[in-house]
Design a protein around this ligand. Structure first.
Ligand code: ZN
Length: 276
């Protein structure tokens, strides 16, 4: 596969992509290869704490596009919704400590709650969280998830629903994280990306691929080039809409987790060449 040059300084890898590695192993390996950033999943620093995580990240000179992931605002139980808000506030504190630009929000969905009721709870939850985002200076990024997750992970499945919440609350710290895995199929993709860009609300861009022979909806994602998504085309649309930020590699894959992670990272870098 002919790889085109890509500015690795504008690329970041999600720690979950190299799940077998510790945060330190991830950061050292990314820095060694000239990758500019790491997006940190909360399990990557659960054992060591956010202060030590910051030292490791800074020591390797990496930027941090995102802390992943907050959200899960929906519940039939008010007490659970309040607990979720407290958890999100702690995540915002962690994000500030590790220097993350944004907290990614997987907004939640709850069996027994209609999707429209759930979206109202999401909007209310984000509204309640915004003051703490202001205090910490960390942005909030709603990530629309593919409708296959509408049962219990996300009542926001298209860019348009995410945009409705963001436009409704209209706050400079609230925007969207666009993941090609979740948005590639959207018939309104081009128009929606242009709309989000027009309000400067594209905060993040995640890359991976949709495999034809997907065996597991959560842990069998493809690496860029393994599947059917026109990643380069979508990237050009977000750039045309004014976004010039990170390409964040986010791949959950039992198959790739079983590989030697150094060899896998070499492959990731090669495939990043298909994104621009
Ligand atoms: Zn994502």
């Amino acid at each position: 596969m002919g790889a085109t040059p890509i500015d690795l300084k504008k690329c970041a890898v999600h720690t979950r992509t190299n799940k077998p590695w510790s945060l330190r192993q991830c950061c050292e390996a990314y820095a060694r290869r000239g990758i500019g950033g790491v997006s940190v999943w909360d399990d990557a620093y659960a054992d060591i704490g956010s202060d030590e995580a910051r030292r490791i990240i800074e020591g390797n000179g990496l930027g941090v596009p995102a802390l992943v992931r907050g959200g899960f605002f929906t519940s039939l139980d008010k007490k659970e919704r309040d607990q979720s808000l407290d958890h999100n506030r702690r995540l915002l504190d962690d994000a500030a400590v590790i220097g993350a630009e944004m907290l990614v929000l997987v907004v939640g969905a709850t069996p027994g709650l209609s999707l429209s009721e759930a979206r109202t709870q999401v909007s209310d939850g984000i509204a309640a969280l915004l003051p703490h985002a202001e205090t910490t200076g960390v942005k909030l990024a709603i990530e629309p998830l593919h409708p296959m997750y509408a049962d219990n992970k996300s009542c926001i499945n298209r860019i348009t629903e995410a945009r409705a919440v963001a436009d409704g609350l209209d706050h400079p710290l609230l925007g969207l994280a666009l993941d090609v895995y979740h948005i590639w199929w959207d018939p309104q993709l081009e128009e929606e990306i242009a709309e989000v860009g027009a309000s400067s609300r594209i905060f993040g861009f995640h890359v991976c691929d949709w495999k034809l022979d997907t065996r597991d909806l959560l842990t069998d994602r493809g690496l860029m080039g393994d599947g059917v998504i026109d990643i380069r085309g979508i990237r050009s649309k977000v750039e045309a809409a004014g976004f010039s930020g990170w390409n964040e590699v986010e791949v959950f894959s039992e198959r790739y987790w079983a590989m030697d992670q150094d060899a896998y990272l070499d492959l990731i870098i090669e495939r990043l060449g298909t994104c621009t």
